[in-house]
Design a protein. Structure first.
Length: 152
């Protein structure tokens, strides 16, 4: 599911920015977890969401640092049709190629080392994950998690 299919033009349920510093990742993780809890996600799912958001946010902080960007990391979350969509935006180097699809179909072999570490962990925690270049430079990591008891 591409961004244009689900969240383009939508007002996010959560929209936060934080300085690209590791100490702020915890706040982003807990804020997204609170949104998931408000939507009645079970405790195990909330823990998976927290870890995925933490990994994506940590990757974004490192990407901004690598690029020398002073821009903040941005996290948006949308709840729609029983799913939580979380997008983490950075201004680091663009991915060499878009990475998307069902988690089991993503090949990380051509990704830089730090991205190659983040993607397998995230894909094991969410139903869908994608990494795409942002207009103006940077990357968007998009994660989709079903909030229903019957996860794929």
């Amino acid at each position: 599911m591409s961004r244009s299919e689900s969240t383009a033009g939508s007002v996010p349920d959560l929209d936060i920015e934080f300085p690209a510093k590791p100490q702020y990742v915890r706040a982003a993780r807990h804020t997204v977890a609170a949104l998931a809890r408000m939507r009645e996600a079970d405790d195990d799912l909330v823990e998976d969401i927290k870890l995925a958001v933490s990994e994506a946010s940590t990757r974004a902080v490192a990407a901004n640092e690598q690029a020398g960007s002073k821009d903040p990391v941005k996290v948006q979350a949308f709840v729609s049709d029983g799913s939580l969509v979380v997008e983490v935006f950075d201004r680091g180097p663009d991915p060499e190629r878009p990475v998307s699809g069902p988690p089991e179909e993503i090949d990380t072999g051509e990704l830089p080392f730090e991205r190659a570490l983040a993607v397998p962990l995230i894909r094991g925690l969410v139903d869908e994950v994608a990494m795409e270049s942002r207009p103006g430079g940077g990357t968007t990591v998009r994660m989709v998690v079903s909030l229903s008891a019957e996860r794929p």
